[in-house]
Design a protein around this ligand. Structure first.
Ligand SMILES: Cc1cc2nc3c(=O)[nH]c(=O)nc-3n(C[C@H](O)[C@H](O)[C@H](O)COP(=O)(O)OP(=O)(O)OC[C@H]3O[C@@H](n4cnc5c(N)ncnc54)[C@H](O)[C@@H]3O)c2cc1C
Length: 494
């Protein structure tokens, strides 16, 4: 069996590993990086364009980031966090375009206004308050609100045509939103990595085992899926950017920090329409409100998508339950992840989240008619024959041990690292690809603190000029960063 030596092994060729790879190569160009991907190409799981919704999540339109407090006021704290996290992505992508690492923004990011749309007097009142709270903050400068049918029809004609003119509705709109093809972005980032020394990528190879080396670092076992050959790689650091399968590999590492974590997989289905006469008439990502008991990521939305130069409409996702951790994974993924340390948390979550399970099972059992009814709430005049179903990527939500006998279901992202930071895994899927840059910076701060403080900060500031400043508090800097990145990425300024 052959054995190689590198500095960092990146498992998976999705948006997370490629983003981290670029960061590491920019910060320390002589590092030897090896990326291992079990699929025959990059971005074939959640990062693929059709496997996610392509929203540049800046918490403009996703109502789950702005809950109502007990006193009826709207809490925008989480929205603001996500909003400025996306500014880090905008700066990092702009830096790469300006230095020629990525040729242009045209193949991966497009300006698409972000809208929230609600039906009913209660929801109207909620959206109005939300708009008042958000538009008062400089981060949401330029967000518009309307209850007027004619005005909303100017923003998004398809959602208004055929609607009862007396129906109480409301919408917000911000023009600075984006549609992002994260699959193409992954390809762009990988293209840049491939042009560098001391970087290798291996497709159709699976990381099967991880063993701690006595002197520090890891021995990574890899199987070639084409030839069946096995080899090992010795490395100082391992990043488990394996998407839903990161939990499986984390468990294989045997690090104590992995104990108590379990995964809750959520599958998804979209409806999509590529007819130019329909797709050309909608220019927005329109998010509604999640149904009672549904997970926040299952909020239905009617989205403009631009993929490989073609304009589409996407509606969904219709969330469901499947025991696979990856779209191309195995039905045994969930059962094989059960351990004495995560069984009780998982059962506790199952016990405490009955409405969610009921919702997911209900979604799986939905008929075609039910699915079109949900779309019709957004697009009353929909013609069913214009649309086709497509399977979305898998999301594995995190379950973590809370107290001895309870577990907590989380919808965010979690970085799990060994005490010596030699192995780091990324669990969870939300807000996802949009905040890959923030996630990686956060990871560098926590796991590579010494290198960061000692050497990397000046370079990091070159890549992300606002690094070290708080855009939530510095209105002038926020406006400047947005104007500069909008110009490079060809986005609108609100
Ligand atoms: C339905 C849906 C909608 C979404 N919508 C959005 C959105 O609108 N905006 C947004 O920002 N985010 C969205 N997301 C989240 C986003 O897609 C993910 O957060 C992101 O793509 C995760 O990237 P990743 O690199 O971690 O994982 P992935 O893209 O899944 O990549 C992981 C890779 O690891 C490989 N791998 C796994 N195990 C092994 C192994 N043992 N050996 C070798 N390779 C391995 C896999 O084959 C895969 O290629 C959505 C996700 C879903 C599922």
């Amino acid at each position: 069996m052959s054995n190689e030596k590198v500095d960092v092994v990146l498992v998976g060729a999705g948006i997370m590993s490629t983003t981290l790879g670029v960061f590491l190569k920019e910060l320390q160009p002589h590092l030897r990086l090896e990326m291992i991907e079990q699929m025959p190409g990059e971005a074939q799981e959640s990062s693929a364009a059709w496997n996610n919704a392509g929203t540049g999540h800046a918490a403009n339109c996703e109502l789950n980031y702005t809950p109502m407090r007990a006193d009826g006021s709207i809490d925008i704290a989480k929205a603001l966090e996500v909003n400025v996290e996306f500014d880090m992505s905008r700066q990092f992508w702009s830096y790469l375009i300006k230095k020629g690492a990525i040729a242009s923004p045209d193949n991966f990011i497009h300006p698409v206004p972000h809208m929230s749309f609600v039906i009913g007097a209660d929801r109207q009142a909620f959206l109005k308050k939300r708009h008042a709270a958000m538009s008062a903050h400089h981060c949401y400068h330029g967000m518009e609100y309307s209850e007027d049918h004619a005005r909303i029809a100017e923003w998004a004609p398809l959602i208004m045509e055929g609607r009862d003119p007396k129906q109480p509705i409301a919408a917000t709109r911000i023009v600075s939103g984006a549609d992002v093809n994260y699959g193409q972005l992954t390809t762009n980032l990988l293209g840049y990595l491939k042009r560098q020394d001391k970087f290798t990528i291996h497709f159709s190879q699976t990381v099967t085992h991880l063993h701690r080396l006595p002197g520090g670092g890891w021995r990574v076992e890899v199987k070639n899926e084409t030839t069946g050959e096995k080899r090992t790689i010795d490395t100082h650091y391992v990043f488990l950017g394996a998407g839903g399968a990161a939990l499986t590999l984390l468990q294989k590492s045997g690090i104590p920090e992995a104990k108590g974590f379990a995964g809750f997989p959520v599958s998804g289905i979209w409806l999509r329409c590529g007819k130019p006469e329909v797709a050309e008439r909608h220019a927005a990502k329109v998010y509604g409100m999640a149904a009672q008991g549904s997970p926040p990521m299952s909020v239905p939305h009617l989205d403009t998508r631009i993929i490989d130069g073609k304009r589409w409409l996407l509606f969904g996702p219709y969330a469901g339950f499947s025991t696979k951790f990856l779209k191309h994974g195995s039905l045994f993924d969930l059962p094989m992840s059960l351990r004495p340390d995560n069984l009780l948390p998982l059962l506790a979550v199952a016990r405490d989240n009955f409405p969610l399970e009921e919702y997911l099972v209900g979604q799986v059992l939905q008929s075609k008619g039910h699915r079109f009814k949900a779309l019709r709430d957004f697009y009353p005049n929909v013609k069913e024959s214009d649309w086709e179903f497509d399977v979305a990527g898998q999301r594995v939500q995190i379950i973590r041990k809370d107290t001895a006998h309870t577990g907590k279901l989380e919808f965010g992202t979690e970085i799990v690292a060994s005490a010596d930071s030699s192995i780091v895994a990324l669990l969870g899927a939300s807000p996802g690809a949009s905040t890959a840059v923030w996630i990686m910076v956060h990871m560098l701060e926590n796991c590579f603190h010494e290198q960061l403080v000692g050497h990397w900060v000046p370079k990091l500031k070159e890549m992300i000029p606002s690094y070290g400043h708080n855009l939530k508090e510095d209105a002038a800097l926020c406006a400047r960063v947005r104007a500069e990145t909008a110009e490079v990425l060809k986005l609108q300024v609100a």
